[in-house]
Design a protein around this ligand. Sequence first.
Ligand code: FE
Length: 211
Amino acid sequence: MSGHDPHDHDDHDDHSELGDMDVRVRALESILAAKGYVDPAALDVLIDTYQTRVGPRNGARVVARAWTDPDFRAWLLEDATAAITSLGFVGRQGEHMVAVENTAARHNIVVCTLCSCYPWPVLGLPPVWYKSAPYRARVVRDPRGVLAEFGLSLPATTEIRVWDSTAEVRYLVIPRRPPGSAALGAEALAELVTRDSMIGTGLARAPGAPT
Ligand code: FE
């Protein structure tokens, strides 16, 4: 790698690739473990942390807080890194966060066109489709078409803005608070915030909607 590419970071996310890369990864892991370079148990803990324990639940709590606390929302939009850190969500791939808020007028969607930059501390590991070439290429050219494939159809009057993540900046979408959620507290609200709604390929769930 050149060293000038903003996506060129030493702890690149691609080692978490599943699907057709899975076999290669497992083979590599086996060799590294056999040579004593990595501890498979430590790897399992790392993966579990990001996939399930951290997962996208941290981001959901950030969003729920923004929905219920106007001061926090303002802070999040002004300095997402500091606001997110204040909730204790810190770690690699989340050092420089920017929050972008969906409104009736504008829907935000996040991609990494060059690789798979993604905000680990708030969203966990990226889904396979996020790292796929078709998503990365098409979301810039035809965001409305990509959203339709995710089952999301927005009014023509809603502008769609695409944000390209890099190693320097990772984006978190603040989805719109769903109708019918006025009476819910932060914890119940967080349950409505899906991973995809924080990438921009989905909306927050309506209360009572299937998970
Ligand atoms: Fe990247």
